[in-house]
Design a protein around this ligand. Structure first.
Ligand SMILES: Cc1cc2nc3c(=O)[nH]c(=O)nc-3n(C[C@H](O)[C@H](O)[C@H](O)COP(=O)(O)OP(=O)(O)OC[C@H]3O[C@@H](n4cnc5c(N)ncnc54)[C@H](O)[C@@H]3O)c2cc1C
Length: 366
């Protein structure tokens, strides 16, 4: 599939989005062309594509605008859950480009350990009252729905998932707009629920099944897409760094920055790390497609490796591009800021290291 049109739109709006504007123009183009329904099944009017195509789209977008790529990443993660457990009308709306969704897992109390829900769901006749404090929701003011986690209504399981319309009385997004270090246009805000009433029928999966859906569906989708967002950011960092180094002269010496062997070595390291990341991302998708024995390990590794490598590549980009990199015209400082998010978005890199270590040592993850 050719995603150039959307990449160019994302590039056109990237600076404005970095100032905190939601990437509406690019999302509208994706919606109009049916690409917000890229992973929706054909039976509901979607494109019927899978994780590999979604990964290719977010990687291409990330080369131009990390915020736009992350909004689309979260929408696809939510869509994967809605496709498996959600109602037909919402599935059709997503496929038709009329519905944007996102994940509302992280909570003020359990922080990055998103698989533990402290918010509650209390039965009231045919309805449920949701209460809780979410610490971050991408697209918080723009999504039509949130895939929302809470404690189960009954039982001691870790969580239950609900498809909550954003415009639900009792749901309140924080007043202050998102003003973060990076991904500044992705509208990541806290939100609270105070006895927010939703029909019990908006439950996604069984009561208490949230943890299984998070680990079985959301984690693979999020890890792979996040790893591809990181790969896109790295590719952009390499391209822009090479262009700056090759095109910037020491006039007194008649040489370019790229004539310095140290600089060329840094750029080589950036290229190698980027290609290693892409290779691991590709192998993760291959493992998933073939249901290989090492699939779970690859899924865990992909986000940890990509997030870490992206941090290293953007550090090198800032170093090679020198003082000029501190200003916006070289175009690497936005990538430097955007790339930091992967390290702390759940499952965080350090949580993934713990999971991978446990998997390698033959210990249960939880
Ligand atoms: C731009 C952005 C967008 C986001 N969008 C969403 C969204 O749409 N939906 C959503 O649900 N969440 C979202 N998040 C939240 C994200 O997934 C994490 O929950 C959040 O970044 C964690 O921040 P914290 O301050 O709570 O981390 P903390 O939990 O306080 O972590 C602090 C440190 O402790 C480490 N740590 C924590 N637990 C362990 C452990 N078990 N082992 C080892 N180390 C550990 C962490 O790795 C980190 O280094 C977003 C975050 C960002 C930055």
């Amino acid at each position: 599939m050719d995603f150039e049109k959307y990449a160019q739109l994302a590039a056109t709006h990237a600076a404005e989005v970095d100032r905190g504007t939601f990437p509406t123009a690019t999302l509208k183009a994706l919606a109009d062309d049916g690409l917000l329904g890229l992973v929706s099944s054909k039976e509901v009017g979607g494109k019927g594509a899978g994780l590999a195509e979604a990964a290719a789209l977010v990687e291409r977008l990330a080369r131009e605008c990390g915020s736009t790529a992350m909004v689309v990443c979260m929408h696809f993660c939510a869509t994967a859950v809605i496709e498996a457990h959600g109602p037909l009308d919402v599935r059709k709306a997503i496929a038709a480009g009329k519905h944007l969704s996102t994940l509302a897992f992280s909570e003020v109390g359990s922080r990055s350990q998103f698989w533990v829900s402290l918010g509650t769901a209390q039965a009231q006749g045919n309805d449920v009252l949701l209460s809780g404090k979410k610490s971050w929701i991408t697209s918080a003011r723009h999504a039509d729905s949130y895939v929302w986690s809470s404690k189960p209504v009954a039982g001691s399981e870790l969580s239950t998932l609900w498809l909550v319309p954003r415009v639900t009385p009792g749901i309140r997004v924080a007043d202050a707009p998102f003003d973060g270090l990076g991904l500044r246009g992705n509208d990541s805000s806290p939100a609270s629920a105070e006895a927010a009433k939703v029909p019990a029928s908006v439950r996604l999966g069984d009561d208490g099944a949230g943890f299984g859906i998070m680990m079985g569906t959301v984690l693979p989708w999020f890890n792979v897409l996040s790893a591809n967002v990181s790969a896109g950011l790295m590719e952009a960092a390499v391209t822009r760094t090479a262009a700056h180094a090759g095109g910037t002269q020491f006039q007194h010496a008649g040489s370019a920055i790229a004539d310095l062997p140290t600089v060329r070595a840094y750029i080589a390291r950036m290229r190698i790390k980027t290609d290693q990341t892409k290779a691991l991302n590709g192998d993760t998708l291959a493992a998933m497609g073939a249901k290989r024995e090492d699939t779970m390990l690859r899924v865990l590794e992909s986000k940890a490796a990509a997030g870490e490598a992206a941090g290293e590549v953007v550090d090198l980009a800032m170093r090679v591009c020198g003082g000029a990199a501190f200003r916006k015209e070289v175009g690497v400082e936005r990538i430097f800021r955007d790339a930091r998010a992967a390290l702390v978005m759940g499952p965080t890199t350090d949580v993934l290291y713990d999971f991978i270590g446990k998997a390698v040592c033959g210990q249960p993850l939880f």
